[in-house]
Design a protein around this ligand. Sequence first.
Ligand SMILES: Nc1ncnc2c1ncn2[C@@H]1O[C@H](COP(=O)(O)OP(=O)(O)OP(=O)(O)O)[C@@H](O)[C@H]1O
Length: 345
Amino acid sequence: MIKISNLSKTFQAKKGTIEALRDVSLEVKKGEIFGVIGYSGAGKSTLIRSVNLLEKPTSGTVSIDGTDITSLSKGELLKARRKIGMIFQGFNLLKTATVYDNIAIPLKLTGVPKEEIDERVNRYLNIVGLADKVDAYPAQLSGGQKQRVAIARALAHEPEVLLSDEATSALDPDTTDAILDLLLKINQELGITILLITHEMHVIQRICDGVAVMENGEIVEQGTTLDVFTSPKHLTTQKFVNSIFNHQLSNDLIDTLRNTGEIISLKFIDHSSQEPALAVVAKKFDVYPNILSGNITQLKSQPFGSLLVHFKGEENEVQKAIHYLQNQGIQTDEVIKHGNNKRIS
Ligand SMILES: Nc1ncnc2c1ncn2[C@@H]1O[C@H](COP(=O)(O)OP(=O)(O)OP(=O)(O)O)[C@@H](O)[C@H]1O
């Protein structure tokens, strides 16, 4: 549905040339929710703004539904953009217009007839749960409600793709989750493909099917959300994944445990299999597993867990236990080795 190929963007700034995007390629399939995550300055905004050509790439192509939009004439581009809705962190509502007009005015500008406008405003305000606010002004709405209006405004153009530029970054955690649930509903019920950018792993975890991690204008890792969570390869990805699980151990505890065994991080998809696996390991090998910290969360609709376990025992027995767990399909990472001080980031 969205195919970004070898996209690069350079800005000429006072202090020299800034390479905001370097040879970025990614593909978002029809009906998917795909998230791009990265720290500030990674190039996320530049990337998402390139998808509807709000930002003109220096090189590379962007195809929407098979059409290379970087090669279109102005008129053709205007038409193609109708397939692409966008929502923003700051909502971008007209302050002096009612909710109705915020949705209706852009429709009027694209020539949609009056009755059709009425019908669409109604339909999409119902979908976002704000039918009773049709006559309100933005100043009378909460942040979450403003974002709902912005979503209704985007949907009213009946796009195939919705771009979300940090849409939940200005919202509190509960409102964030409510908006993420709304995006999921739109994706599932209206079949709209969603590409979003965020700096919060929680957003990826809750609604994304696929994820790309950006740093310094490049994609350093991408894959299904499940693969990236279970075996993050790049250090930045590992930091984002760890931010969800947040296993914190005191240095004193680490020093004590290091002398008697290893601390291993276990990641698993089917949590029901986890406890028996540890019990079997304790029976089969001369090791004593002790759970230090644990967290089971939901990856979209799949349970996903992470445990930090101290395996007390001789090094060769601990290694045998780890191999056994790996053969059970459990992802293992050594966090603190015997007498060593390798630490989780
Ligand atoms: N119009 C511009 N002119 C000059 N430099 C720019 C411009 N827009 C972005 N940049 C630079 O490009 C790089 C990537 O910026 P971008 O806004 O895409 O990152 P980001 O990951 O979205 O960060 P943030 O989350 O802080 O918005 C940064 O170094 C930024 O300063």
